[in-house]
Ligand binder design. Sequence first.
Ligand SMILES: [Mg+2]
Length: 196
Amino acid sequence: VPELERRASGLKLLVLDVDGVLTSGDLYLIGEDLEAKRYNFHDGLGIALLRSAGIKIALMSDRSTPPLYRRAKELNVDDVAPVVGGDKETSLNQLLEKMGLSPAQAGYMGDDLRDVPPMKLVGVPIAVANARPEVKAASVHVTAAAGGDGAVREAAEWLLDLRGQKEAIMAPFVQTREEQAQSANGGATGPAGGGD
Ligand SMILES: [Mg+2]
């Protein structure tokens, strides 16, 4: 669809809901104050691929606990947007204002009802396989993978493919140093740091 390719090409920021998108959506409570969530390493490289393409990444969560900031640091994301009172629309607008971007220049990946308002505003709203039906209805694309199972990696490669950049961005990651030297005139840059 040319319209979708146009929107993907204008993308400057991808906002990721955390629970149920970057994680499986499961929350394990351990003893008095410990908790555990399941993230997926494939998403880390997906984030690195998007950043190589000049797309900023922001995490959005209303459970801004220390482990979230630890994961955000590991993933080398550009920002973490806290959510107050479940109002993700306000958080998105504040983030866009801070970054000097229009809603059309943003994408958003979500799984539950509170993700629908920000998804209605952005240029590329994406739902994960485990999203509620209302979230899928508000999206332009539903990933085959569920949150915590590589949905962000899948969406990253889908976006790069729409932008016609997938091969060029991924090439340096799979090439030997000799192959990289041979294709040095191909316009691809070296693998970016960060991610997994
Ligand atoms: Mg969620």
